[in-house]
Write a protein that binds this ligand. Structure first.
Ligand code: ATP
Length: 459
């Protein structure tokens, strides 16, 4: 049972325990940016590694890529991102000058704006008496493009404009020819990429949910047009499998079939996988779109370079594409919300993160029972080094009493605490020599395990 009814306890824990800090905090912060702290980076890296393992390494039809973040204007002209499809309707508070997303303000009044023109949105604002959050009148809606321009080189001459990528996908399409020519892939095949994307969101909000700089984990899966429906179903199941792999409960995931009239400019079918975010309700976690051959065709026309697939018999065609697109920060948030648990142990309230072991920042924490006993410390350091060699991310914790250490590790989701005590040294019961206490996060149960078996035990 979930104990959360808002995001606040998760945000507070994430700050307190070094998962996520506001970006540029000592200068007052920069809106829409957040920094992963020491534990956040471990969790985020685990998510990325598991994703890569599942979708690239364990398959035979996938290739990896890590393309540049900065891409020139023609890429974004071809992809359509410089047009209305990648712009949000903006309204201004006529008193304070503050800017808001018209679609969000209208949604709060129960008015959906998908598919409406700017004129229709402006009319809806008047008709429904929409006001700014401060209660002031609003301007008419205008379009605001979400791409971040950057100036390349010393000269600000025209033609030099480039953009931080608004999605990682375009780096895949622009490298289609390179991958085709160097790897000779057999159809169907996919190209996967993990990296940063940037969107100049009008109103960043809800912690990591809507930010201006975020991680994407994307796949473009190239198929023959006649096969897209078959592979759509296969990928849909793969995406469901990913969500259970990262521990999200089935009842907290919902599939939203985007109605045809609301589809993005490039898509013929899209499913948004939504997560039930505490205090917010179901909202997009990741997207899955059939993008037809739109992108390759556009880049072919704009670049003049052929992006066709060439069959062994020499015949050519432009592949169609399925795109599972995952947002790292939304997955990170969902995983933390799902794991956050408050319960009682030994008559005391505790908070713990019930994270799957393969995602937990630390797999194990190692402690000497007492830190002023050199033999215990020496043995504990030895066990620590042994486990670190196997798992990499292992904590050494000798602060405060054992109960406090357990609580601290519970709060950051460490599945196992290993304690080196006098028994380990064989001082109290020779039969226990070279064994340790392993304490389990979720149940508090303790077992004695031989040091030689520890790495297998904690797997
Ligand atoms: P939304 O409708 O919420 O703006 P989107 O449909 O524009 O999202 P996509 O273009 O499909 O998003 O991007 C794929 C994924 O990238 C999303 O499912 C989400 O997880 C993530 N994402 C997109 N925009 C943001 C953002 N501003 N902040 C954090 N994650 C984002």
């Amino acid at each position: 049972m979930r104990t959360l009814d808002s995001l606040e306890p998760v945000v507070a824990l994430a700050k307190r325990r070094g998962f996520v800090f506001p970006g540029s905090e000592i200068y007052g912060g920069l809106k829409g940016t957040w920094d992963y702290g020491p534990l956040g980076v471990l969790l985020a890296n685990n998510l990325k590694r598991e994703w890569w393992k599942l979708f690239v390494e364990q398959r035979e039809d996938m290739y990896g890529l890590d393309a540049s973040i900065i891409m020139p204007e023609p890429v974004w002209q071809a992809s359509g991102h410089l047009g209305a499809g990648f712009s949000d309707p903006l309204v201004t508070d006529t008193v304070t000058g503050e800017r808001f997303r018209a679609d969000h303000l209208l949604k709060e009044l129960g008015v959906e704006t998908d598919g409406l023109t700017l004129e229709q949105i402006s009319a809806a604002i008047k008709e429904h008496g929409a006001k700014s959050p401060q209660g002031n009148p609003l301007s008419d809606a205008t379009l605001f493009n979400l791409l971040f321009p950057v100036t390349m080189g010393a000269q600000q001459a025209s033609g030099n404009t480039a953009y931080l990528r608004g999605e990682t996908a375009q780096g895949i399409f622009t490298n289609f020819k390179n991958v085709r020519d160097t790897m000779s892939p057999k159809m169907p095949f996919g190209i996967a990429q993990i990296g940063k994307a940037f969107r100049n969101e009008i109103a960043p909000r809800e912690w990591l949910f809507r930010v201006r700089e975020f991680g994407q984990m994307e796949i473009e899966y190239f198929v023959r047009e006649s096969e897209w429906e078959q592979y759509f179903e296969e990928w849909r199941e793969q995406i469901q499998g990913w969500h259970s792999h990262i521990g999200l409960a089935t009842e907290n995931i919902r599939e939203y079939e985007v109605p045809v009239e609301d589809l993005a400019h490039y898509s013929k079918r899209t499913i948004d996988f939504e997560y039930n975010f505490p205090g917010k309700g179901f909202d997009e976690l990741c997207g899955f779109a059939y993008r037809t051959d739109y992108d390759l065709r556009q880049h072919m026309e704009h670049s003049g370079v052929s992006l066709e697939y060439i069959e062994p018999d020499g015949s050519r065609f432009i592949p169609h594409v399925l795109e599972p697109s995952f947002g790292l920060e939304r997955a990170f948030t969902a995983v933390l919300c799902e794991a956050y648990t408050e319960d009682e142990m030994n008559g005391e309230a505790r908070t713990y993160l019930k994270l799957p072991a393969h995602l937990a920042p630390y797999r194990v924490a190692v402690s000497p029972l007492l830190k002023n006993k050199p033999q215990l410390v020496e043995k504990a350091r030895e066990v620590f080094r042994l486990l670190k060699q196997e798992f990499g991310n292992v904590a050494y914790d000798d602060n405060g009493n054992i109960g406090k250490r357990y609580r601290r590790q519970d709060e950051i989701g460490t599945p196992y605490c290993v304690v080196i005590d006098f028994d380990t040294l064989g001082e109290e019961n020779p039969a226990h020599a070279d064994t340790v206490t392993v304490r389990h996060r979720d149940t508090g149960e303790q077992e004695r395990v031989a040091i030689t078996e520890l790495t297998t035990y904690c797997k």
